[in-house]
Design a protein around this ligand. Sequence first.
Ligand code: SF4
Ligand code: SF4
Length: 93
Amino acid sequence: MAHVITNRCVDTKDQSCVEVCPVDCIHPSSDLDGQEEFDAYPQLYIDPEVCIDCGACVPECPVEAIFYVDDVPDEYESDIAANREFYQKWLPK
Ligand code: SF4
Ligand code: SF4
């Protein structure tokens, strides 16, 4: 299980969630991955293999984009796969 970032993140991308994640499983971020990687994607994603479900990121998000996987609203259901698939393709530089 894991937390999921929905596409509500698009256009905000303020990285507040990255700062509080204890296991650095939110990417791509300018601090962890470089500005070029951060700019190359429309939103951030949570690595479901690394997230420990601490929930620290949820209240930090100004647009309420982050949900526990079982609580993702129906309209954002496809974002569960989008977070997983990001990490199947993306390789940290
Ligand atoms: S729930 Fe915790 S471990 Fe998972 S992404 Fe959020 S801050 Fe990181
Ligand atoms: S805090 Fe919310 S809007 Fe900001 S980067 Fe994280 S998920 Fe996106």
